[in-house]
Design a protein around this ligand. Structure first.
Ligand code: PEP
Length: 252
């Protein structure tokens, strides 16, 4: 059975000290949950990773990164190589978040290279895809998501895709307070799974976790997560408050 996952993307928020406090609070709360059905991950800024690795309970929380370089190492000023993240105990890396695509012009070639390198370093890519508002209004969200997956993910072998997590994040719902309805989320998640079935077969497709992201909070998480193809959430704003993040985890 595929894993249920709730992952927090802290973006460029918190100082290291604030981050340590938040990570400790989340780790303590999650360790006390009797029977959480979801795996929990947090993705703090790069500068926090080594300190946060020391304070979380790895039995309950895993460490993720928000990005990585598309090259293995060398003269790439300001970049962080996947191997450097793996060395810190990072288990998963966000690839292709809409903010990276929009503000840093990350294209499908770059994302395809990142995905490969993350896998090469024994971490899991959390590959983000999703349409902007105008595309949703023109009802071309399926075509957009299909192209994003084709171009940056479907070059992988069956063994490789089994180590990937997909996050469907409609850009119009990220940080806006607007959430996709449970039906919209289920429809496109089922569509993504159908693409995986066509490419890799049902057995593999059914093992792949597909997260929903976009203004997810404790009040809407239960309805979103009750859909058969929604396997958890990628959480931005609500991951910065331990109680809210816990409320979302408890939705499982
Ligand atoms: C995100 O940035 O991945 C995200 C889902 O943000 P928010 O939950 O704040 O919409």
């Amino acid at each position: 059975m595929r894993k249920k996952i709730v992952a927090g993307n802290w973006k460029m928020n918190t100082t290291v000290q604030e981050g340590i406090k938040l990570a400790k609070a989340v780790s303590d709360m999650v360790s006390k949950l009797d029977n959480s059905n979801a795996k929990v991950a947090i993705a703090p800024p790069f500068t926090h990773l080594s300190e946060i690795a020391k304070v979380i309970n790895p039995d309950y929380i895993c460490l993720a990164a928000q990005n990585c370089a598309s090259e293995e190492g060398g003269a790439y000023t300001g970049e962080v190589a996947p191997a450097m993240l793996a060395e810190l105990g990072v288990m998963a890396v966000l690839v292709g978040h809409s903010e990276r695509r929009a503000y840093y012009k990350e294209d499908h070639n770059t994302l395809a290279k990142k995905v490969k390198l993350v896998l090469k370093n024994d971490m899991k890519p959390i590959f983000c895809c999703g349409e902007v508002l105008e595309e949703r209004e023109n009802n071309i969200q399926n075509e957009i998501v299909s192209k994003q997956l084709e171009e940056s993910l479907f070059h992988l072998s069956s063994d490789e895709i089994l180590n990937c997590i997909i996050a469907y994040e409609p850009v119009w719902a990220i940080g806006t307070g607007k959430t996709a309805t449970a039906m919209q989320a289920q429809e496109i998640h089922a569509y993504i799974r159908s693409l995986l079935i066509n490419k890799y077969g049902a057995e593999i497709a059914n093992e792949i976790t597909i997260l929903y992201g976009g203004s997810c909070k404790p009040s809407n998480a239960p309805e979103l997560f009750s859909n058969s193809d929604v396997d958890g959430g990628l959480i931005g704003g609500a991951a910065l408050k331990s109680e809210d993040f816990l409320g979302i985890i408890k939705a499982f």
